[in-house]
Design a protein around this ligand. Structure first.
Ligand code: HEC
Length: 182
């Protein structure tokens, strides 16, 4: 094959890969939006109706259930963080690296609103999006929480590390993966 043709073919396959990744990123963003809206709806509704202690139980059962319900079309949807409440949400090596990067960028003043990362590895497309701490979150993730909240957290999450967050801190990230054809 002439070098010029080989180069053209290579460029074509590189841009096809870039187009695939663009499409997967768009899909991942849609999944995150649905997950975030469902979680927020459950959380706000439950806090308003029954208070934060009852809402802990909702997070405990609903967050994993919503994640499973959204894990369609080959997507696996979840949340992770450097300091975790549920040990099932522990980050792997790539997630830890991305979370450290997000956290450093937020400390340097960057807006976390659209902070995301993607990677293709081992036949998998992976996507992460930063989750900043909002005012609503500190009731259960702040340095000081109400005694009844404290007691419920101690009962359900004896190894809880997801505490001490201030508004604006990186709380964690949405983390998604999907197997793709080679
Ligand atoms: C009513 C208490 C409550 C409030 C308010 C709350 N959370 Fe949580 N959060 C929990 C519980 C309980 C878990 C563990 C869920 C599980 O078992 O998967 C959790 C887990 C998480 C996780 C998964 C990582 C981990 O630590 O296991 C993230 C990320 C998170 N919360 C972010 C937030 C954000 C952002 C807000 C505010 C918008 C928020 N939370 C508000 C109780 C709460």
């Amino acid at each position: 094959m002439k070098p010029a043709i080989a180069a053209t073919l290579l460029m074509a396959s590189v841009s096809a890969l870039a187009a695939d990744q663009q499409a997967l990123t768009m899909e991942a963003r849609g999944q995150v939006k649905a997950f975030a809206q469902a979680l927020m709806g459950e959380l706000k509704g439950s806090i308003e109706k029954d208070g934060p202690v009852a809402a802990i139980a909702v997070c405990n059962t609903e967050a994993p259930a919503i994640a499973t319900g959204l894990s369609l079309n080959g997507w696996q949807v979840g949340r992770t963080a450097l300091k975790i409440r549920n040990p099932d949400n522990a980050p792997d090596a790539w997630e830890t690296q991305v979370l450290n990067d997000f956290s450093a960028r937020i400390k340097a003043g960057e807006d976390p609103a659209m902070m995301e990362a993607t990677q293709v590895t081992g036949g998998e497309f992976r996507y992460m999006k930063a989750i900043p701490t909002a005012g609503l979150c500190v009731a259960c993730h702040g340095a000081e929480v109400a005694p009844a909240v404290e007691a419920k957290l101690a009962e359900l999450y004896p190894a809880d590390k997801a505490r001490g967050f201030n508004v604006g801190d990186l709380r964690g990230a949405f983390t998604l993966r999907k197997m793709i054809q080679e």
